[in-house]
Design a protein around this ligand. Structure first.
Ligand code: SF4
Length: 223
């Protein structure tokens, strides 16, 4: 049973536990956007970085070891997380006021906690054209339709993992390059087809409003 410290608080965890598990055992929140219990770490968002022995490591994917001294609540760690969030926000369609995800958006919640501002790295964005087939498909959506908005997708990969775990026959993958990367289903199928029976769970775990049901409203940028 390894014993370690997180922000100088000692904790003993079962063998195989991660630093994130240890933090949760202590009641310490480490932010995660791309990690889902029961699934392998994606390590795409890198928000859960902590410092151990002078090295940055993702806490979701790093085993807790005997004698580790983990720095989590320091100015340096907070600064790194704030910068990571600002980079995500720089590529995020800021329609918070109109977004039905509202306070359930993890990106928005962490941005508030860490004081991240969307404007810092503002520039060209992914998904500026709107939905999977452009804005028209979003505004033509009927209540109950599954909607994917690339401009809100942070490419965390959670929906892909959930679809894989559910053994959905089509599945989803990221396709495209640079600002054109987005979720796609194979053979020209829709995102809804790719999500299949796992759609509700994927909408639930999506950390932003990138996956939703029904017709989203348009809106203007709102920081
Ligand atoms: Fe992650 Fe949501 Fe994008 Fe899927 S749609 S990759 S869950 S942000």
């Amino acid at each position: 049973m390894p014993r370690l410290t997180i922000d100088q608080r000692e904790v003993e965890v079962p063998p195989g536990a991660t630093i994130l598990d240890a933090a949760r055992q202590l009641g310490v929140e480490i932010p995660t956007l791309c990690f889902l219990d029961g699934h392998a770490p994606n390590t795409t968002c890198m928000l859960c970085l902590v410092k151990v022995g002078g090295r940055w490591v993702p806490s979701c994917a790093t085993r807790a070891e005997e004698g580790m001294q983990v720095e989590n609540d320091t100015d340096e760690v907070r600064h790194l997380r704030r910068t990571g969030l600002e980079l995500l926000l720089s590529d995020h369609q800021m329609r918070c006021r109109e977004c039905e995800r509202g306070d359930g958006c993890k990106l928005r919640r962490y941005a508030r906690i860490y004081g991240a501002r969307a404007a810092r790295f503002r520039g060209e964005q992914r998904g500026e054209k709107g939905g999977e087939k452009g804005d028209e498909s979003i505004f033509a959506a009927r209540p109950g339709d599954v909607i994917y908005q690339p401009g809100k997708c942070i490419l965390c990969g959670l929906c892909i993992q959930v679809v894989e775990a559910a053994a959905e026959p089509l599945g989803l993958a990221f396709t495209g390059r640079g600002f054109n990367v987005q979720l796609s289903a194979p053979f020209g199928h829709s995102i809804a087809d790719g999500l299949g029976q796992a759609a509700a769970r994927c909408i639930e775990v999506c950390p932003t409003g990138a996956l939703s049901l029904g017709r989203p409203s348009g809106g203007t940028m709102n920081e």
